[in-house]
Design a binder for this molecule. Structure first.
Ligand SMILES: [Zn+2]
Ligand SMILES: [Zn+2]
Length: 129
């Protein structure tokens, strides 16, 4: 089990390990959503996830022009928090929200080809296109 929370602590959750997938994505949408060079998202199945605090303060945003891009954030502090994929088959956990070490690192870099010109190069991550 690994626990996480938002910046202000209003929203908290826990997820059962291991993650199904853990990826650093450099696409333009992940840059906008994260405010950084890349997202770092871990995936678990819905039965491996539960909110422990503040679920009613979670705000969901579905990007209209995207087939599947969505975000979740705390309505009090705006920090990214987990959200279900639109299919409902997976929960995406922004790894920066974790409060404990999950025992895993991102397996690779997605959409490296569309990274920001200023993105630093993580030498230890293979490129996933
Ligand atoms: Zn918050
Ligand atoms: Zn992305």
């Amino acid at each position: 089990m690994v626990r996480g929370s938002c910046l202000c602590g209003t929203v908290a959750f826990e997820a059962r390990l291991p993650f199904a997938k853990f990826v650093a994505c450099y696409c333009s949408r992940c840059r906008k959503a994260s405010g950084s060079a890349h997202s770092a998202n871990a995936y678990v199945s819905p039965d491996a996830f539960r909110w422990t605090r503040g679920e009613d303060r979670v705000v969901r945003y579905d990007l209209a022009e995207a087939r599947s891009f969505s975000t979740g954030f705390c309505g009090a502090c705006g920090a990214p928090v987990p959200h279900a994929t639109r299919s409902g088959r997976e929960i995406i956990i922004p790894a920066g929200s974790l409060d404990e070490a999950p025992g895993a690192k991102p397996s690779g870099r997605a959409h490296w080809g569309s990274r920001a010109a200023w993105a630093p190069t993580p030498a230890d991550l293979p490129i996933e296109e």
